[in-house]
Design a protein. Structure first.
Length: 130
């Protein structure tokens, strides 16, 4: 069962159920052995573990991974070894990601002829000067 390492943690730890060796720059879909039934009005986000990233350079290819309430299959985590020289060994039982449940609104899209003005407008990356 996924569980939180500490009482106030938002993330439920996800564990690998198989051993995987990730060569430098390689990616793999790693099975967790669990499936979930997320209640309507919630969604699951699969997020990276900062300790694994700091120690081994492991990232999630599609972070965050989105799990919709209607999904019933096994949770798999798409890992990427960003280290350019060192392989990473993942053992069965290792914590590889975390699952965070969030509330979601499900409004119907509305087509409009124009968008309302805002201070930011169409400013994108770097538009705030940072």
């Amino acid at each position: 069962m996924p569980r939180r390492a500490y009482g106030g943690d938002a993330g439920l730890d996800l564990h690998a159920i198989e051993a995987v060796t990730l060569a430098p720059g390689a990616r793999a879909s790693v099975a967790t052995g669990i499936a979930v039934a997320i209640p309507e009005g919630l969604a699951g986000l699969v997020l990276p573990r900062s300790g694994l990233a700091a120690r081994s350079g492991i990232a999630l290819v599609n972070a965050p991974g989105l799990i919709d309430a209607g999904y019933r299959g096994e949770l798999k985590v798409l890992l990427l070894n960003t280290d350019r020289e060192t392989p990473c060994e993942i053992a069965a039982g290792d914590r590889i990601a975390q699952l965070v449940l969030i509330r979601v609104e499900l409004p119907a899209p509305i087509e409009v002829d124009a968008l309302p003005d805002s201070d930011r407008g169409e400013g994108g990356f770097g538009s705030s000067g940072s």
